[in-house]
Write a new protein. Sequence first.
Length: 240
Amino acid sequence: MRKILLPFLIMILPLMAAAQIKWDVKIGVGTNLIIANSGEDPCLSYKLGGGANIPLGKGWQLNPALYYSKKGFGFDGFFGNEQISEARYRVGLHYLELPVNAGYRISLGKEAGILMYMGPYVAYGLSGKATVKSTNSSYRHTFKENLFNESSDLFNASYNDRQHLVTLPKLKRMEFGIQSGVELDFNRFLFGVDVGYALTSLANQPLVDNDLYLNIINALLFARTTPHNVNVQCTIGYRL
């Protein structure tokens, strides 16, 4: 992460020193999807952080930011060895995320405007944990493995809804992608919608079900069989 932040700071600090910078704080809530799906369900996502608004002239601006973000996925299946019960699995993926967007703002008056933006982002995985919850009892367990460090066999007692044994692979810690969105600012308050699409895969193999027919379908639909994060969020913020 240090190798990424240092060139970014070298590039951005001269702009920040020369420009009249405005700062903002934001929170976003939405859903995370998996492209090249192998049985994963969408999962709640959120982010919290803030960034800078660096004017470049004639409505153009640069918007670097830093967020703590949560993504992930879930799936239904079964859990147990001798006594097997229906279960719900959730995998929470926590990142430190750095987007650098370029945007164009259309003024709607003295205190309002619409910003359209797009740019790259890099995310660093902090923690990835899987949790199982029985649908027939109060049993709940969080597996100890951090999936950004190692794979998890889920006690060799976890099955997907097709009753295939599930072993979650080690996930890639670094994620690179593109982000785009639109934002309305009104009297310092910010309201927007953004979409983030990961260009790098989450793992080198399907996550929940490595099925030949699913792989063929994903290859035809998405030209890939490895999972990628796609994140859609509504955001609200305040300009300081």
